[in-house]
Design a binder for this molecule. Sequence first.
Ligand SMILES: [Fe+2]
Ligand SMILES: [Fe+2]
Length: 187
Amino acid sequence: MTEDVIQLLLGQHGQIRDLFTRVQEADGRDRRDAFAELVRLLAVHETAEEQVVHPLARRAIDAGAPLVDDRLAEERQAKELLSRLESMGADHEDFLPLLAELRASVLLHAHHEEQYEFPYLRHSCNEKELRGLAVMVRAAERVAPTHPHPGVETGVENLAAGPALALFDRVKDAVSKAISTDDRTAG
Ligand SMILES: [Fe+2]
Ligand SMILES: [Fe+2]
């Protein structure tokens, strides 16, 4: 595997931005489907960052702790908004304005990571470490596939049918498992 965790996360930032646009431009069933996909991608992405990338940044970057605390606060706020959008439903008249609020806050958050966190991580960690972390982010993706293959849509819909916050928890469990497997392998 040649990708490293920073390349992977940057790619996901781009996908997140595109998905927001898709949700905003669609309506009816298409909007609901695109929103479900956005919830899955955000669950994978933010959970992987919370468990894998931010802890490393906290240790590896000088004065990393306050920086990471700010990112975690932004992620908590996004999760809250996401959950409000979900209970409101994609057809509600307030959905698009609230979605625009979430989009602005998630994209600003991603910008902060790209500006203040990722470059320092690249500087402080070696390539092997960064490639190892990509494996854990991929483990998170497997729990909540964001690009379902044809024919498996039903399973994916079931997975996303629960509340978004439950999905975040499931991704968190999967990443924890990937981390402990990796520890065993390393040990
Ligand atoms: Fe994040
Ligand atoms: Fe991010």
